[in-house]
Every structure is written in structure tokens, then in C-alpha cells.
Write a protein that binds this ligand. Sequence first.
Ligand SMILES: *Cc1c(COP(=O)(O)O)cnc(C)c1O
Length: 385
Amino acid sequence: MIPYGRQTITQADIDAVLGVLQSDFLTQGPRVPAFEAALCEHTSALYATAVNSATSALHIACLALGLKPGGLLWTVPNSFVASANCGLYCGAKIDFVDIDPQTYNLSVEALSEKLARTKAAGDQLPDILVPVHFAGRPCDMPAIAALAAEYGFKVLEDASHAVGASLGGHRVGACAHSDIAVFSFHPVKIVTTGEGGAALTRCPALDERLKQLRTHGISRKPEHLGSDHTDPWLFGQVDLGFNYRMTDLAAALGRSQLEALPLMHQRRLEIVERYAEALADLSLQRPLLDDQRFASAWHLYVIHLGTEERRRAVFHGLRDEGIGSQVHYIPIHTHPFFRALGFGWGDFPVSEAYYRGALSLPLYPGLAAEQQAKVIDCLTRLLAP
Ligand SMILES: *Cc1c(COP(=O)(O)O)cnc(C)c1O
């Protein structure tokens, strides 16, 4: 079976992990700070906090940004559920902003309208907005930052798909137009640590909060120790945090993976260009390609087949030939849990229409030319008039 996505593990990755197994530390050793430094170097963020998943990173990012019970988080329906759950973990309420029908990212127009409407009605404005760089394509961050300044909300980028992407000369993760950006290192994403994630920021106070919340809310700062002594065993729990730490095994893998990122990104681009060319004459909507304003990380290659019936037929047709594809995403607000919160089909029509026809084709650095040719061949036959 050709999967829609999978990790690429090199001998260097294996050696890096074996090195940790033979070292003094499996966790809380030197590899996590080294990986964090590598993430900062890659993105130009000033600080990075590596944790055990992007979900954990989103959770502590919301807390660090001050999200409270009764607060409000907005995100998009076209994402993985974690983009919304992070608000609910904090006891906040959530709502959604519909997507743009071309980019499949948050629609700045819809955001601007919803903010104006909410303010005019005297209703609660969001405390945090979570834009998602869908498929690795950066959202329009300068426009989002302008609205954040006007309406006074924080911006938390869910950059789970976007390691290696850039916008306007800034790497995604640099937080040029946001407070915090979160990466995922799940194996289907761009760079993997097995399970893992990170929260990046330019703000030292946010970084301190993130690192405290990752380790039980513990501080070793003298003013937090509750004592005039500074004995080595002293620490103070100053907040209710979690054990969201990344292991040194995972961090060593992540650092090694990050070194291969330019090569892996190049492979993804080659595959994308091949699809763009080979699918040009088929009756489907191809994803927009990069232009001079931005570079996508190309986590996903999503085609749109117009209708649910066609999408279903193509999904099964590919599967019958041993080709995996996937649907990203079932709109968050239509999951049973979110319907129980009062959301429902019809609430965000662009995300719903997108969902009905969307299909992610195989895209990962290890996808061989013959395998991609098979995908193209099969798709061409399935869509023959
Ligand atoms: C994968 C993903 C997450 C969650 O990542 P984990 O590391 O598995 O917790 C969150 N948001 C988006 C958009 C994702 O794709």
C-alpha cells in the first residue's frame, strides 16, 4: 500500500537515537535544549519549547497567553480537532471562522466581518485566534496581525503542517506576526520525533511560562523558592503545570531530521511539480502553487473533486489499486462532540463544501517516481470521461 504520507528515517537519524540510548540521559539531558536551539536557528524565533506533542504545545500556549475559563478562542473548521480543543482544555469557549475557497486557509475577509459584527453587537470578542497553515501554506499573517492589533486578541499559529514554510522572507515559526507558533513532529508531518511538538516565540516572558507549564509549573528562580536559601534540592511549584516534556531520544531524532529538512523539502517540491503537470488536464481542482510571496512546506497535496460522490469513487478506486489517500479535514464543528456544543452542519459553508470534495494524494519525500506515476495513472483512469 502506498500511504498518503509517511516519515523518512535516515541512517543519521538512527545513529542519533542510538547515541542517546548509550548516553547518561534518556530525558532531561542536553538533547532537548540542543533541539530547541536548532529550531530557533532554523526559524529565527528567539525561543523554543519542545514538548511531547503539538496538542500539548497548543494547550500550554493558550495558558501562557492567559486564556481563562469563560474566555474565547477562534480557529478554523478546516483543521485537526486539536486546534479547537486547546481552548476547551482551558475552560474557554470556542468559535470558528470560515476558510477561503482557493487557499483553504482562514479567510481574512470572513474574520474581519465576524470581528466587526461581533463588536457591533456588543458580543464577546476572541482572546486568542488560532490560524492554521493548512497543508503547509502560510496564512496571510500581516493581515491577521493588523486585525489582532485593532481588536486586541493574541495570535497563536498552528503551524503543525508548516515546518520549513516561509512568508514574506520570514520562516514560519519566527513569530514575525504572532505571539506563539506551534509545530507538530508526528510521523506524518514534515519532521518527526515519533510524537512531539514545540512552541516558538520571540517573547521571553511567554517562553518562561511555556517552560514552567511543560514541567509541572515548577520554577527554580530564587524569588519562587519560598526560602532565603538556595540549596540545590529546592524548587517551587508556582503554577499548575503538566508533564509535557520531550525525551532526549525524541529530541535527538528531531535535530537530525531538521538537518535533512532542505533535502526533504526539495523532494516534496519535485513531487508537487510532477502532480501539477500530470494532473493539469483532469477535471479536478489542483492546489495553488507557491508564488514569490510565500513558500509552502507542502505537507499535503489536496485535490478537489467537486462532489462527495466523485471523491468517494476516487478514494475507493485508488484504494483498490493499493494507493492510500486521505481526507483533510472533516470540519471540526461537525464532529459529534462539537455538535453537542451547539455547532452544526451549515454553520461554515465554505469549509463544508471544501470537505465534501477534498482528497489528499500521496506526498512524502520517500515516494518513488514509479509510485507517483502509478498514482497519476490510476487517477487518470478513474477520471477518464
Ligand atoms: C497533527 C496536528 C495537530 C496535533 O499534532 P500532535 O503532535 O499529533 O498533537 C494539531 N493541529 C494540526 C493542524 C495538525 O495537523
